[in-house]
Ligand binder design. Structure first.
Ligand code: PRP
Ligand code: ADE
Length: 177
């Protein structure tokens, strides 16, 4: 039987048509954050998934991975590492460029934040085309970390983002077409 927490999470995510541009159905997790029981359910499901997997690092992707990553990291007794947009981190960085539908973007992390061989989960709110998460994997790989799994609350399945993740598994709570 389906876990009733999934329906509670799905019901708490708001859909806003034509944001940020016409034709996009924006999946807004800020309404989930207004519902502490549903927000807690989402963290509990991630904690249950990773608590026995020897995870040493939770890496969160800016901006919405910074919401879900830290409570997961604290529950696992793991480090939290922010993967940030360019020119945000003050220390020496390593970065990966990736393509968007139009143009390119880049994510960066501090040198030394992830040590070679550390077991990492990368978390974000949503996977769409998979470009962002794919770049996150490349960044952790570059540092010698082992990406055990990637995790998102939401997968937009029609966009086939998981195909950009190579052999790295993706765990999601809620799917939309
Ligand atoms: C959104 C989302 C993911 C990314 C997914 O972030 O939170 O990080 O897009 O898209 P992709 O799978 O096609 O790469 P956004 O770029 O809107 O940045 P923000 O969280 O800083 O607003
Ligand atoms: N990032 C990329 N596509 C998105 C969508 N449809 N909703 C929320 N965030 C997104």
């Amino acid at each position: 039987m389906a876990d009733p927490r999934i329906a509670r999470i799905s019901n708490a995510i708001r859909a806003i048509p034509d944001f940020p541009k016409k034709g996009i159905m924006f999946r807004d997790i800020t309404t989930l954050l207004l519902d502490p029981a549903a927000f807690q359910d989402s963290i509990d499901l991630f904690v249950a998934r990773y608590k026995d997997q020897g995870i040493q690092v939770v890496a969160g992707i800016e901006a919405r991975g910074f919401i879900f990553g830290p409570p997961l990291a604290l529950a696992l007794g793991a480090k939290f590492v922010p993967l940030r947009k360019p020119r945000k981190l003050p220390g020496p960085t390593v970065g990966v460029d990736y393509s968007l539908e139009y143009g390119t973007d880049r994510i960066e992390m501090h040198v030394g934040a992830v040590q070679a061989g550390e077991r990492v989960v990368i978390i974000d709110d949503l996977i769409a085309t998979g470009g962002t998460m794919g770049a996150g994997i490349a960044l952790i790989d570059q540092a010698g970390g082992k990406v055990v799994e990637t995790a998102c609350l939401i997968e937009l399945t029609d966009l086939k983002g998981r195909e950009k993740l190579g052999n790295t598994p993706l765990f999601v709570l809620v799917e939309y077409e």
